[in-house]
Design a binder for this molecule. Structure first.
Ligand SMILES: C=CC1=C(C)c2cc3[nH]c(cc4nc(cc5[nH]c(cc1n2)c(C)c5CCC(=O)O)C(CCC(=O)O)=C4C)c(C)c3C=C
Ligand SMILES: [Fe+2]
Length: 387
């Protein structure tokens, strides 16, 4: 057997405040995050959103110490996984490929080539699959290997999602149990699962399995916790004007407060590391919302980070993958491609999704034209004297 490598895929995060704008640009330039029918508009729109959003986003990163801890934590996870694999007699090198910031996936692929890795396990650090996360990274790999076929290792296998794995469920249950034991009356605590949201259209029109996987994951964790506590699942971090998966976290907190719930234990479940959305959004913003609504006992379960049971499960996933027939990255993408493509390209009359999409596109084009005219000082509105 040739050299073995493990590629951990993750999102990446700005390390300093100056990184925030270019990081946001990379994120919004990704067609799996915003898909535009006119490809040349993707980059100007990404530039526009990144520029307008960056000061608000920078303020959030400032509140957590001036940057994302994601790179440091992912490096710790990679090191712990490599050590655990070695201890099991599996000699493998672990690489990190971030989607939107350093170390970029392209850098990891170059290192994998340099090291002559022949067998590669591709393991996203997202327990559940979404088109916007693991799907986007798989698409990037597919495009890279299409354009540079010599960079592709002789054998590679892709793990699409792994939220059902017993070690993951056990580690999550352990974190929840640990927090519950801090309470005098643990059964009175309401467990609040907060998953990262995605636009509703990803699920309803593009066939993203994310919502189903999140719901099943929540049930499996509660079964593993094996306690009588009541629980709720809600979706956080909505961006932009379109509808996302519901209930939104802020609404669900207000609703529970109205029902007289006093003790809330928040469990972030879409991501395995601390990041801006746990440290700032949950710990600061949602805590404030809860307290204003009358929930003064507001706690959060820490992210898995390098929890030993979790790291050990990652090793098991890698070893199982090495012993199973390989799965090509394009096979993993195929199920999402077989379902309806979003946005629908064919025009349909009436109040149809196609009409909504095309209205949205035209509005976006009009808005962009206006922005360009405001910046350049030239255009049809200047010509007719309206600007
Ligand atoms: C605009 C659409 C977005 C979708 C869809 C989306 C899905 C998604 N994201 C994560 C995990 C993370 N996202 C993070 C940051 C982040 N995400 C978006 C937008 C979408 N995410 C933005 C604009 C940002 C930047 C931060 C901000 O301005 O609010 C991060 C943080 C990394 C860090 O810096 O610490 C993570 C992690 C998941 C799991 C997901 C869908 C399942
Ligand atoms: Fe996100």
């Amino acid at each position: 057997m040739g050299r073995v490598g493990v590629l951990l895929l993750n999102l990446g995060g700005p390390e300093k405040l100056e990184d925030v704008r270019p990081f946001l640009y990379n994120l919004f330039a990704d067609p799996e995050i915003i898909r535009l029918p006119i490809t040349w508009l993707q980059k100007p729109l990404a530039w526009f959103i990144a520029t307008t959003r960056s000061s608000k986003s920078q303020e959030n990163y400032r509140q957590i110490g001036g940057g994302s801890p994601l790179r440091r934590i992912t490096e710790e996870q990679a090191e712990a996984l490599q050590t655990d694999l070695h201890q099991r007699g599996q000699d493998a090198k672990v690489y990190i490929g971030m989607r939107y910031w350093y170390p970029f996936t392209e850098e990891a692929i170059a290192a994998i080539k340099r090291d002559n890795v022949e067998q590669l396990v591709i393991l996203p650090l997202y327990p559940q699959f979404s088109i916007s996360t693991s799907g986007s990274s798989f698409r990037l790999l597919q495009n890279l290997w299409r354009d540079y076929p010599n960079l592709q290792p002789a054998d590679h296998t892709v793990i699409a999602s792994w939220y059902k794995r017993p070690g993951y469920l056990q580690a999550m249950a352990d974190l929840i149990q640990r927090e519950l034991t801090q309470y005098e009356d643990p059964d009175s605590v309401h467990i609040f699962f907060s998953a990262h949201g995605v636009p509703l259209s990803y699920v309803e029109e593009a066939g993203d399995p994310y919502q189903q996987e999140i719901e099943e994951c929540t049930e499996l964790i509660m079964r593993t916790v094996n306690r009588p506590n009541k629980y709720t699942l809600a979706y956080q971090s909505r961006v932009g004007p379109v509808e996302w998966l519901r209930p939104y976290t802020e609404d669900a907190i207000a609703d529970l407060a109205e029902r007289g719930i006093e003790r809330l234990l928040v469990v972030p479940i879409s991501f395995v590391s601390e990041h801006i959305e746990t440290l700032q959004e949950i710990d600061i913003e949602y805590r404030e919302i809860a307290e204003e609504a009358g929930i003064h006992d507001f706690h959060r379960v820490p992210a898995l980070n390098t929890h030993p049971v979790f790291i050990s499960e990652l090793s098991e996933i890698v070893i199982d993958a090495l012993n199973a027939p390989s799965v090509d990255v394009s096979e993993t993408l195929r199920p999402a491609e077989q379902v309806k493509i979003y946005p629908p390209e064919r025009w349909e009359w009436g109040m149809s999704p196609a009409a909504e999409v095309w209205n949205g596109r035209l509005a976006m084009l009009g808005f962009l034209a206006l922005m360009l005219e405001l910046i350049s000082g030239q255009g049809p509105l200047h010509f007719v004297g309206l600007l």
